[in-house]
Design a protein around this ligand. Structure first.
Ligand SMILES: Nc1ncnc2c1ncn2[C@@H]1O[C@H](COP(=O)(O)OP(=O)(O)OP(=O)(O)O)[C@@H](O)[C@H]1O
Length: 569
């Protein structure tokens, strides 16, 4: 803004929309100007909706400006009834309510010939307006100072609703380093929002000053949808044999989850059997690989052969004379045999051949190869192993970070995107997800120290473990129609922001409430509109289009049956 233009400290008549009638702490109530017929105003070529929840209004207080979020627009008669006041005329009067959140002051700064008006904005309110003062819409030129600008490590993820298109920037270090939750009912635009964030991160590499830009992002994708959005990704899938998660990578708890489960009453004695055999197998294999067996624990990722492990179990069994006490050993052996025969689990049960050490290649599949986005397609995994597989992945990534030096950690921060988080970290204990729960819980609690950030996505926030959700420091909450989920979101947000959840059921697709440390202000935003080629694959099947095709013939149905039978896509 140049100094020869009107001083921004002067009120602009065209932006006045109402008069304050009540001030209650930071909450103000104003009567909307009765001449306003259309609930929008055009100013300097931009359209500003009047009374949109989350939009920003201002009040002049001498040279200071006081800003508030619109929290409600309703009929004055309703407000008067609520207050027990006799209704005044005319009955068409409307009330606009707002919560004050910050103050600002325009300062002319710079050298004599190039002076510019700059708005110095601060959060918090120390001056309070009075009844009879006028409230004004806030123009876009001012909002950019309030919402923050594209400075430092920020990425543009959309625009602020009701702001004439003011861009919404997110602080990348806060968003990724201190965990973020993306929540919303099905179809509200969660995966589209995640894709918009990830594209914004990747596109940074196109900027001149980021010529060497190497983001490291791993997506756990239970529905195989993200591949379509990121053509240059590395796909890790069991169907294609590109995901390697061998049994020997599992720690004791994960091995027990796989072999025993939680329901069997003999679980404790079986756990001890597995523990002893596992430690022996790992120590012997370590010796073969030239590693010091005395430094090995039962959890160390040392490859061992299944036959050798089986022999260690038999060894323990055979020193016991009483046949009646062989049952827990036989039970573990039977489970192993079943696992080896199950074609859906074959990808994790391929025995180590005792040759070279496969461990470096396993780490490298997630972190090496130069691809910025690694997508782990979990869609082909049976439910009972999806949990343990994601646990192993999360723990492997965390362990690598844990064992990096501080310099290495700074050199390669990592983002783990966890879709359908309610499956991996459910609020209630589910045996098959216990290991995943433990791994993601640890990542949520300690990940930031080691340079590993979490992005948790869920359509059922009330079913995600509350302690994990509350470890997130930023939340992007899209439309939520379910009462229990909305209530849950309200309970995890700071008290001062709980009011924002009131709008959640009415948000449009892509519209979200963005709160937390990654945003300069809690705001209502519209996530960037992505072209189809940048969107995750939609699962919306078009019935109208589909039923215009010829039906699948018998041989195609037979083929489908075969795929099912052979467990091969
Ligand atoms: N940022 C976006 N840009 C353009 N279109 C979008 C965007 N986000 C969502 N959409 C549209 O909305 C549809 C549903 O969005 P999306 O699949 O992201 O919802 P979701 O909340 O992840 O649903 P679900 O929980 O069922 O996976 C998408 O198929 C796409 O057409």
């Amino acid at each position: 803004m140049s100094p020869d233009k009107q001083s921004p400290n002067e009120p602009i008549e065209n932006l006045a929309i109402g008069t304050i009638i009540e001030v209650d702490g930071t909450h103000i109530v104003a009567e909307l100007d009765s001449r306003i017929l259309e609930l929008s105003r055009v100013f300097a070529g931009d359209v500003y909706p009047i009374g949109q929840f989350g939009s920003i209004v201002k009040i002049f207080f001498g040279r200071r400006l006081i800003y508030g979020y619109v929290s409600r627009l309703r009929m004055k008669s309703e407000y008067e009834r609520e207050k027990g006041i006799v209704e005044s005329n005319p009955s068409t009067a409307r009330i606009i309510e707002a919560d004050l959140f910050g103050e600002g002051e325009w300062i002319l700064s710079g050298e004599t010939h190039s002076k510019n008006w700059l708005l110095y904005f601060e959060r918090g309110v120390s001056n309070f307006p009075l009844p009879q003062q006028i409230i004004y819409l806030t123009p876009k030129s001012e909002l950019r100072f309030i919402y923050g600008q594209n400075q430092g490590a920020t990425i543009k993820i959309g625009e602020h609703v009701g702001s004439g298109g003011a861009p919404c920037y997110a602080d990348m270090n806060e968003l990724l380093g201190k965990h973020t939750a993306v929540l919303g009912s099905t179809g509200s635009g969660k995966s589209g929002s995640v894709a918009a964030i990830l594209h914004a991160i990747l596109e940074r590499g196109g900027e001149e000053r980021y010529a060497n830009w190497n983001p490291c992002i791993v997506i756990l994708d239970p529905h195989n949808e993200y591949g379509a959005a990121f053509p240059d990704h590395k796909r890790l899938s069991t169907d294609e044999g590109t995901l390697k998660l061998p049994y020997w990578l599992f720690n004791l708890q994960e091995t027990i989850d796989l072999l025993i489960g939680k329901t069997e009453f003999v679980a404790t004695s079986q756990s001890n059997i597995v523990k002893t055999a596992l430690l022996n197998a790992r120590m012997a294999a370590a010796e073969g690989l030239g590693l010091d067996p005395n430094s090995i624990t039962v959890d160390s990722p040392i490859p061992y052969s299944i036959d050798f492990f089986i022999d260690r179990i038999k060894e323990q069994r055979d020193v016991i004379n009483a046949q009646s006490k062989h049952e827990p050993f036989n039970s573990v052996l039977q489970k192993l045999e079943i696992l080896q025969r199950d074609s859906r689990k074959r990808f994790m049960m391929e025995s180590w051949d005792g040759g070279s050490d496969p461990f470096p290649a396993l780490i490298s599949q997630f972190l090496g190869d130069g691809k910025h986005v690694k997508i782990v397609d979990l869609s082909g995994l049976p439910n009972e192993v999806a949990g343990v597989a994601s646990a192993v992945i999360a723990r492997t990534l965390f362990s690598v970070k844990l064992w990096q030096t501080p310099v290495e950690r700074k050199q390669m921060p990592l983002l783990l995107v966890c879709e359908e988080a309610h499956r991996y970290v459910p609020n209630r204990g589910e045996a098959q997800y216990e290991a995943a729960q433990e791994a993601i819980r640890r990542l949520a609690k300690e990940g930031r120290k080691y340079g590993i950030g979490l992005m948790l996505i869920s359509q059922r926030p009330s079913e995600v473990e509350a302690t994990v959700l509350s470890q997130c420091n930023s939340w992007i909450v899209l439309r939520i129609t379910n009462d229990a989920d909305r209530e849950h979101v309200r309970s995890i947000l700071p008290d001062s922001l709980a009011g924002l959840t009131r709008v959640l059921s009415g948000l449009r697709r892509r519209e979200a409430v963005f709160v937390g440390q990654a945003t300069s202000l809690p705001s209502r935003i519209l996530i960037k509109d992505l072209p189809p080629e940048k969107l995750p694959r939609s699962h919306d099947i078009d019935f109208d289009e589909g039923w215009q095709n010829n039906p699948l013939d018998g041989s195609r149905l037979e083929e489908i049956g075969n795929r099912w039978r052979m467990q091969k896509r």
